[in-house]
Design a protein around this ligand. Sequence first.
Ligand SMILES: CCCCCCCCCCC/C=C/C(=O)SCCNC(=O)CCNC(=O)[C@H](O)C(C)(C)COP(=O)(O)OP(=O)(O)OC[C@H]1O[C@@H](n2cnc3c(N)ncnc32)[C@H](O)[C@@H]1OP(=O)(O)O
Length: 391
Amino acid sequence: MGWEQIEISVPNCSSLQVISFPVVQLHLNRTAMRASQKDFENAMNQVKLLKKDPGNEAKLKLYALYKQATEGPCNTPKPGVFDLINKAKWDAWNALGSLPKETARQNYVDLVSSLSPSLESSSQVEPGTDRKSTGYETLMVTSEDGITKIMLNRPTKKNALNVEMYHEIMHALKAASEDDSAITVLTGNGDYYSSGNDLTNFTDIPPGGVEEKAKNGAILLREFVGCFIDFPKPLIAMVNGPAVGISVTLLGLFDAVYASDRATFHTPFSHLGQSPEGCSSYTFPKIMSPAKAIEMLVFGKKLTAGEACAQGLVTEVFPDSTFQKEVWTRLKAFAKLPPNAMRISKEIIRNREKEKLHAVNAEECSVLQGRWLSDECMNAVVNFLSRKSKL
Ligand SMILES: CCCCCCCCCCC/C=C/C(=O)SCCNC(=O)CCNC(=O)[C@H](O)C(C)(C)COP(=O)(O)OP(=O)(O)OC[C@H]1O[C@@H](n2cnc3c(N)ncnc32)[C@H](O)[C@@H]1OP(=O)(O)O
């Protein structure tokens, strides 16, 4: 076993502390989108080649991820308050909680890559860009400055959610809940936030297979919405443009919703012969009063961003010209807050509703399963697909 060393100086402490990195042989499986043992070793070597001091924050993060990747969750006694350096290191490691070893290893590799853009990395990072998770067909997922951004990426289809996208969003949320980011953001690429469920999900039904397809659709939807109900970190929607259907209803499960003044909010369920989902039958009446919720969910009233803000569905509206800049500045400040405190505060605010939300979700999916078999729904889908109608 060899030992590599980096120096770390901790704020408010003039001394320099040497952290030793044992270069051990790890035997972890190579899986898709995960750093291999070789990537990890390369990253440890790259740390030695860094031309610029990455700063204390990054060094502590490297230390913590290294320990987590090689030893697992923090298992040593907490140093005393006056042992500043060891306490800072312990805090950084302990803050990773039960982050799996493989995720820690990937995060270590990604962090080193982001610190050394000029060095060729064997991971998937594109020089000069965010840390980027490849392997998604319908999303762009990046992580930077303590923020994981999940961007819906079917702009030519107005970011309609096809079955693949439902699965990929669930995967990205699970990964974000375990990564070292403090907050997670969902947004859309292009002019739309999302046009909701991709209506071609209703096609390719084998003869006699419509019941089976509806049953599987309900299972998928229940699992999908469940991921939002259970998401443990602050979850923020950046609604960059019009939002339709399920992309609107889910907003009731987000912790903050920032919208461009170009955004609109439309839930035309009755027009489509369908019924509300995303727990909106419960969250919307609570957020905006039952009558206002019925205007949206039953009569399909489309709200402007300003109206949605007045109803409490949107947290704040920004002019489209400054939307990205203003919101990202704010999010970067949020992401610097202590992540565990944010997580725990969200938990205490949201937890007592969780059971109820899961029950609502189950009921909504079961009602929708029946709706998908109705003539009203089938006709609406056929009309859209045969270009006879749009919203
Ligand atoms: C048996 C059941 C199994 C189902 C499994 C499903 C599981 C979960 C279901 C969850 C329930 C969710 C419900 C909802 O979200 S309801 C809302 C559904 N959305 C809509 O009805 C919107 C339909 N789209 C439109 O009305 C218009 O496209 C829109 C107003 C959004 C934009 O109009 P515009 O003129 O600006 O642009 P285009 O129409 O030319 O769109 C560009 C291309 O994008 C395609 N598109 C857009 N939205 C959708 C969509 N939702 N589904 C499929 N395709 C969409 C559009 O067809 C254009 O494609 P082409 O360029 O190829 O023509």
